[in-house]
Design a protein around this ligand. Structure first.
Ligand code: ATP
Length: 899
C-alpha cells in the first residue's frame, strides 16, 4: 500500500510495484477492494482551491468600493441624524446583495454541473474484467488501460507500453511526445520528463497503447502537486466582459464627475451637506454599472446550462458569447453530417457489379477470397449481445461478410491474425496478416512463388489489404479471377470507382498477397506491394435528415457550412450536393491540391471552397488559419488526436462527444453530445439569443441609470428642488430594476434570428442604436419625471416627491416591456409570451404601490399616499416611455432609424 513516503515507482520492477500496492498487475483489484480504497484515498480529482463557499460569495457582493462608501456615509448620517434612513439604505443594499448572490450561486452551480458532465472516464481492469468507470473513481492499485486519444486518468507505473507515446506538455512544458517503456529505471532521482515508465495524470496519449498500475490519484499525483500553480491561471474573462469592465471604469469617472457637480451645486443652493452627500453617493452607486460583467457571467452560465439540454456541452464559457459570431462552420462528414451507419450497397469482383455479396460467394473465386478478406481484415468485434463494436465502416463489412457465410469469429480460428499494419487516415488503408494451415487452394502462380520462397510444407501467411482505391490499386499488379490470376485493367477499375463514388458511396478496394513465411510487418513497403486485386466494396452512409435543414438555416443566417472529409472527392461531392452545401458543379478541393497551395494562394480561394476531400486531419489547421486570416470566425469539428491543434486554434472548437477522443475533447470549446451537425447550428442560434438578451439587459439597466441621472442632474438647472431622496434612488436602481432585468434573460429569440448576418465579434455592444437609445430614452424618462414634479409643485399637489418616485419607477416597467424585442411591437410579440417578465413587472408594480399605500411603509420610504388623480397622472406620464420606444421600433422596422 502507498505509505506516507511513496517509493520511487520508476525504479521498481513492475511486480514489485504491484506487490507494494497490494494488487494484481493482470487482474487488477477486486471491486470491493476498489470501493474500500476509494473511501480511504478519496476521489481521484484535482481540487479547485478557488471554489468559494456560499458565505464568501455573499460577502463578496459588498466588496464593491462605491457600495462600501455608501454604507459608510449612511452610517455617518444615521449617527448624526435619522437612523431609519440608515437602516433602510442598508436593507436595500442587503436585498440587492441577496439578488446578486442567488444569481451568482446559480451560475456557479451550472458551471460545476457542466464540469461534471465533461468529466473523463477510464478503462480499468477489476477482478480480471475490463470496464469503463468515471476517472474520479480510480484508486491506487487499479490496473488501467490507455490508448491513443486518451487523457491519462491517474499517475501510472506502466506494465505494458506498445509504441506508447505521451505528450506531457501540461506537466513539463515539453510539447514533443515522450516514448514510453515498461522496464524499471535505475536512477531514483530522474527528473519527471525522464521517468519514462510512468504516465502522469492529465497528459495525453498521442500514439500506441499501454497498461499500468495506478500509483497515485487526485492531489497526490504530479498534476495535483502543481495544481496550485494551475489555479493561479484563474478564470478567463470573455471578450465582452473585458470590454464592459473597461467601459464601466470609464463611465464611473464620468458619473463621479456628475455627482461631484451635483454635490457642489446642492451645497451652493444651501441644501444640507449630509443629504447632498448621500444623494450624490446614491446616484453614483446607482449609475455605475459595476455589476455588468457579473451579469454577463450569469447569463452565459445559465445559457450554457440550457445548451446542454440541446446536446451542446460548453467547456469554455466565452464560447457561449462568441457562438453568435460564427461565419464558417467546418464540419467532418462522417457521423456529423451523415448518420455514420454504413451499409454495403455495391460489391464488385470478377467483372460483376452486385448489390450484395452473392449467396454462393464462399464456393467460387474470386468471391471466396474477397469474402474472407472482408471478414478477417476487420477490427470490429461482437460484444456479449448482438451489438458490434468498431468503426462503422468495418462493422458494415463484418455484417456483409457474415451474411454471405464468412463469420470472423469462426474464420479467425483457422486463420488467426499474426501481424498487422494499422489503419490511419493518412495512408487510408490497412493490412492484416494471417497464418493459414494450408494455402488452399493455392493459386497456380502463388504456389510457384510460395515454393520459390521456401515455404514450409502445409503452412503459409495470407495478407489482406483494404483501403481507399487510390491507395490500394497502385500496389496491385494483377487481379484474381474465377480461374486464378489475371491481368488487371487498372483504368477500368478506376472508372468504376469514380462512378460508385459519384453515387455517394464510400469505396474500398480489397487486395491479397500470399507469403511463405511472415514478413517483417514494420517493413510496410515490402508487405504492401505486388498485391492481387480482389474487388471493390461501396458503402453508403446516408446524410442525416436534419442536416439538410441545418445547412439551409446556416445559409440564411449568413454562415457558410463547409464539409471536410477523408473520403473520395466524388463521394464528398455527392453527399455535399444532397445536403445543399454545394451545387453539383462546384469546386471540391482535395488534400493534395491543398498541400500544394501556399498560404497566400490558398487565402485567395478559401472563402469559396465548401468541400474538401481526401484531407488529412493535420490539414484542418491550415483551413482554419486561412479563414481566420480572411477575418472569418470559424467553428471546426474534430474527433481524433490529430484534430486537436485545429480545434484549439478555431474560434469555436467542436469535439465529438460519442466518437471523440479525450484529446479532442480537451482541446475543444464545446462538445457535441450527439455528434450532430444540426446541434452546432442550434447552439449558434441559442448563442445569438443569449447575446441578444445580454444586450437587452444592458440596454435596460443603462437606460434606467441614464433616466435617473438626467432627472436628478437637470432639476437644479430648471429651478426645481432635488426630485428624489437617496432611498428612492437606491430603491429604483437596486430593487425595482433588478427583477425585470433578470427576467429579460428568459426572453425568447428574436423573430428572424437566423435570417440576419453574424455579429462581427469586435462590434461594440452599443452598436445598432443602443447608445442613442440609452441617451434619448433617459432624457425622456427625465423629462416625464421633471414635468411631473413641476406640474405637481405648480398646481400645489403636496405629494410631488412621491409622484416623481412613482413616475420614474413605472417608466422602467414600461421600458422593459417595450425593449423585449429590438424591432417587434410588444403586441405582435404577445404581452404574455415572457411569463417571468410579466410576473416581475406585476410584482414590482405591486411593491411600488405598497411603498405608497401601506401606511407603515410611508415613513420608511418617505412617501405619501397619492390621490387617484395623482396616481392616474403618474401612470399616464410613465406610459410615455413605452409609447416612445414603440415608436422608435416602428421607425426601425421601417428602416428609418439605426440602419
Ligand atoms: P470524414 O473525414 O468524412 O469524417 P473519415 O474521417 O471517416 O471521414 P477516414 O476515416 O480518414 O475518413 O477515411 C478515409 C478513407 O480511408 C476512407 O475514404 C476509406 O477509403 C478509407 N478507410 C476508412 N476506414 C477504413 C478501414 N477501416 N479500412 C480501410 N480503409 C478505410
Amino acid at each position: 500500500m502507498a505509505d506516507t513516503n511513496p517509493p520511487a515507482w520508476h525504479s521498481l520492477p513492475a511486480e514489485e510495484v504491484a506487490r507494494h500496492l497490494d494488487t494484481d498487475a493482470r487482474a487488477g483489484l477486486s471491486a470491493e477492494n476498489a470501493r474500500a480504497r476509494l473511501e480511504q484515498y478519496g476521489a481521484n480529482e484535482i481540487r479547485e482551491g478557488r471554489r468559494r463557499g456560499p458565505l464568501a460569495m455573499f460577502l463578496g457582493q459588498f466588496t464593491d468600493f462605491m457600495i462600501l462608501v455608501l454604507i459608510a456615509a449612511a452610517i455617518v448620517s444615521g449617527l448624526i441624524g435619522d437612523l431609519t434612513d440608515t437602516l433602510v439604505i442598508v436593507a436595500i443594499v442587503v436585498l440587492n446583495a441577496v439578488i446578486g448572490f442567488v444569481q451568482e450561486y446559480r451560475a456557479e452551480r451550472a458551471i460545476a454541473a457542466l464540469k461534471q458532465m465533461a468529466a473523463l472516464t477510464a478503462h480499468v481492469v477489476r477482478g480480471g474484467q475490463s470496464r469503463m468507470v468515471p476517472a474520479a473513481e480510480l484508486v491506487p492499485g487499479d490496473v488501467v488501460r490507455i490508448e491513443a486519444g486518451n487523457a491519462v486518468p491517474a499517475d501510472l507505473r506502466l506494465t505494458e507500453a506498445v509504441q506508447l507515446r505521451i505528450e506531457e506538455a501540461a506537466l513539463t512544458g515539453e510539447s514533443q511526445p515522450v516514448e514510453k517503456l515498461e522496464r524499471a529505471l535505475r536512477e531514483p532521482d530522474l527528473p519527471l520528463g525522464d521517468r519514462r515508465n510512468l504516465a502522469f495524470k492529465g497528459t495525453l496519449v498521442t500514439y500506441g497503447r499501454g497498461r499500468g498500475v495506478v500509483v497515485a490519484t487526485g492531489m497526490e499525483t504530479e498534476l495535483g502537486r502543481i495544481a496550485a500553480l494551475l489555479r493561479a491561471e484563474g478564470e478567463v474573462k470573455t471578450p465582452l466582459q473585458k470590454r464592459l469592465a473597461r467601459f464601466g471604469a470609464n463611465l464611473a469617472v464620468a458619473v463621479l464627475v456628475i455627482c461631484a457637480i451635483l454635490f457642489v451645486t446642492g451645497l451652493l443652493r444651501g441644501e444640507p451637506v449630509m443629504l447632498m452627500l448621500l444623494t450624490a453617493i446614491s446616484l453614483a452607486v446607482a449609475a455605475i454599472p459595476e455589476a455588468l460583467p457579473a451579469v454577463v457571467t450569469v447569463s452565459l452560465a445559465l445559457g450554457a446550462r440550457k445548451l446542454v439540454s440541446q446536446n451542446a456541452l460548453i467547456r469554455k464559457l466565452p464560447a457561449v458569447e462568441t457562438l453568435g459570431s460564427v461565419t464558417f462552420i467546418c464540419s467532418d462528414k462522417t457521423g456529423t453530417l451523415t448518420e455514420n451507419r454504413m451499409r454495403v450497397e455495391q460489391v464488385y469482383a470478377d467483372d460483376q457489379m452486385l448489390q450484395s455479396l452473392p449467396a454462393d460467394a464462399a464456393a467460387r473465386e474470386p468471391w471466396r477470397t474477397l469474402l474472407t478478406a472482408l471478414a478477417l481484415s476487420n477490427d470490429a468485434r461482437p460484444t456479449t449481445g448482438e451489438e458490434l463494436i468498431g468503426d462503422p465502416t468495418e462493422v458494415a463489412l463484418y455484417l456483409a461478410a457474415r451474411q454471405a457465410g464468412a463469420d470472423k469469429a469462426v474464420l479467425s480460428k483457422s486463420q488467426p491474425r499474426v501481424a498487422e499494419i494499422a489503419f490511419d487516415s493518412e495512408r487510408a488503408r490497412m493490412t492484416t496478416l494471417h497464418r493459414e494451415a494450408l494455402p488452399a487452394p493455392p493459386l497456380p502462380r502463388e504456389r510457384e512463388r510460395v515454393r520459390g520462397e521456401g515455404a514450409k510444407e502445409g503452412e503459409a501467411v495470407i495478407a489482406f489489404t483494404k483501403g481507399a482505391p487510390e491507395q490500394v490499386l497502385p500496389l496491385c499488379h494483377d487481379r484474381l479471377g474465377a480461374a486464378g490470376a489475371e491481368a488487371l485493367d487498372r483504368g477500368a477499375v478506376e472508372a468504376l470507382v469514380e462512378r460508385m463514388a459519384a453515387d455517394g458511396l464510400r469505396v474500398l478496394a480489397v487486395a491479397v498477397r500470399r507469403w511463405s513465411a511472415l514478413p517483417e510487418p514494420a517493413d510496410t513497403e515490402n508487405v504492401e506491394t505486388k498485391l492481387t486485386f480482389l474487388g471493390l466494396v461501396g458503402l453508403l452512409d446516408p446524410p442525416r435528415p436534419e442536416a439538410r435543414e441545418a445547412v439551409r438555416l446556416c445559409r440564411s443566417a449568413g454562415i457558410t457550412p463547409v464539409m471536410i472529409t477523408g473520403d473520395h472527392p466524388a463521394t464528398a461531392r455527392n453527399i455535399a450536393t444532397r445536403l445543399g452545401i454545394i451545387e453539383q458543379d462546384a469546386e471540391v478541393l482535395t488534400g493534395r491540391q491543398l498541400a500544394r497551395l501556399d498560404m497566400a494562394q490558398f487565402e485567395q480561394h478559401v472563402e469559396r471552397v465548401r468541400v474538401y476531400a481526401r484531407v488529412a486531419p493535420e490539414q484542418k489547421i491550415k483551413i482554419v488559419k486561412a479563414l481566420q486570416d480572411r477575418g472569418e470566425f470559424v467553428a471546426m469539428t474534430g474527433d481524433g488526436v490529430n484534430d486537436a491543434p485545429a480545434l484549439k486554434r478555431a474560434d469555436i472548437g467542436v469535439a465529438m462527444g460519442i466518437t471523440g477522443t479525450d484529446v479532442a475533447k480537451e482541446a475543444g470549446h464545446m462538445i457535441l453530445l450527439d455528434d450532430n451537425f444540426a446541434t452546432i447550428v442550434r447552439a449558434v442560434r441559442e448563442g445569438r439569443r443569449i447575446f441578444d438578451n445580454i444586450r437587452k439587459f444592458i440596454k435596460y439597466t443603462m437606460t434606467s441609470n441614464s433616466g435617473e441621472i438626467w432627472t436628478i442632474f437637470l432639476a437644479p438647472f430648471l429651478g426645481l428642488p432635488i426630485p428624489l431622496l437617496p432611498i428612492h434612488i437606491l430603491w429604483i436602481n437596486l430593487v425595482t430594476d433588478g427583477l425585470p432585468g433578470l427576467a429579460l434573460a428568459a426572453e425568447k429569440e428574436e423573430r428572424g434570428v437566423m435570417q440576419r448576418p453574424p455579429r462581427p465579434p469586435n462590434e461594440s455592444i452599443f452598436a445598432h442604436g443602443m447608445w442613442q437609445h440609452i441617451v434619448w430614452v433617459g432624457v425622456l424618462m427625465g423629462a416625464a419625471s421633471l414635468f411631473t414634479q413641476a406640474w405637481a409643485i405648480h398646481t400645489g399637489h403636496g405629494h410631488w416627491q412621491t409622484m416623481v418616485f412613482t413616475v420614474l419607477t413605472l417608466s422602467q416597467l414600461g421600458h422593459v416591456l417595450a425593449i423585449r424585442s429590438e424591432t417587434d411591437s410588444l403586441f405582435v410579440q404577445g404581452v404574455f409570451s415572457n411569463r417571468p417578465l410579466i410576473g416581475a413587472v406585476l410584482f414590482t408594480f405591486g411593491l411600488q404601490l405598497a411603498t405608497i399605500y401601506v401606511p407603515w411603509l410611508n415613513p420608511v420610504f418617505k412617501t405619501e399616499a397619492l390621490t387617484l388623480n395623482e396616481l392616474a397622472f403618474c401612470l399616464a406620464m410613465s406610459t410615455l416611455v413605452f409609447i416612445g420606444v414603440e415608436i422608435e421600433k416602428w421607425l426601425v422596422r421601417r428602416g428609418v432609424l439605426y440602419r
